[in-house]
Design a protein around this ligand. Structure first.
Ligand code: DGL
Length: 261
């Protein structure tokens, strides 16, 4: 039960999921990998995504994890099934299912999904929403400039004009927005400035509920009273990783280490 949970993303975006997991499951040991060496994932092919994520899963399995969380929509949309087949002995979950369910219960009619190129091209969100409710109109939009702006820390200065160019044309047509990339909650306030009063859905809350339910049902919640250990790794530069994320993620008592896979 005290085996860790492995969580990964292409970079700092999945920290939004890690943050929610550590709040909802404070007793769980967590290992996070930001694969900054290969970031962004959004413009990569399925073969590339599979090769990067296979290595990450192998690393997690060598650390005896009890579960792997794809804190990344791009890999959840494109290689989740393949990873589940390759590693049948460890439960692997992606973020899209739980995000769609979180959206559906809001009872909205016109939703815009923003995500990376690879996520939008998979049409996973649109297909899944329409499977459950055909009367919902799903707009899809690739927003490839956002991840590089967030990873570089540029978003701290100004991201308004980029967001405005992407989003303002949808303002009168939608009642809800799905942030279909785990990096995007980092700029949620700026997005809200452009779109105003809408229902905003992101992956971080829903996925930690799903992880909790899975562990509870399988009797795998960590009941050990020892303080939980959170290990954070990046395959890129440690200082850059901390610079781009320290405004939204609290690193108190945590160290970020470089990892070579
Ligand atoms: N944060 C990831 C996602 O949810 C990856 C984005 C990227 O690296 O392009 O899609």
């Amino acid at each position: 039960m005290d085996r860790p949970i492995g969580i990964f993303d292409s970079g700092v975006g999945g920290l939004t999921v890690l943050d929610s997991l550590r709040k909802q499951l404070p007793q769980e040991n967590l290992i996070y990998i930001g694969d900054n060496l290969h970031c962004p994932y959004g413009n990569k092919t399925k073969e590339q995504l599979l090769s990067y994520t296979k290595q990450i899963c192998q690393y997690f399995i060598s650390k005896n994890v009890k579960m792997i969380v794809l804190a990344c929509n791009t890999t959840s949309a494109n290689v989740l099934n393949e990873l589940q087949i390759l590693f049948p002995n460890v439960p692997i979950v992606g973020v899209i299912n739980s995000t769609v369910h979180d959206f559906l219960v809001q009872d909205k009619k016109n939703v815009l999904v923003i995500a990376t190129h690879a996520t939008i091209q998979s049409h996973k969100y649109k297909e899944m929403i329409e499977k459950y409710n055909q009367s919902i109109h799903v707009f899809e939009l690739e927003t490839p400039q956002l991840v590089p702006l967030i990873e570089s820390g540029e978003y701290k200065k100004d991201i308004y004009s980029v967001l405005n160019d992407y989003l303002s044309v949808y303002k009168n047509d939608i009642d809800s927005l799905i942030l279909g990339c785990t990096h995007y909650p980092i700029v949620l306030n700026q997005i809200m400035e452009v779109l105003g009063d809408k229902t905003y859905i992101s992956s971080s809350h829903a996925i930690s509920q799903e992880v909790y339910s899975y562990l509870k049902v399988h009797n795998q919640l960590n009941t050990c009273s020892k303080k939980a250990l959170i290990q954070i790794y990046t395959t890129g530069d440690v200082h850059d990783f901390i610079y781009s994320s320290s405004d939204f993620f609290d690193f108190t008592n945590l160290e970020v280490k470089h990892l070579i896979l």
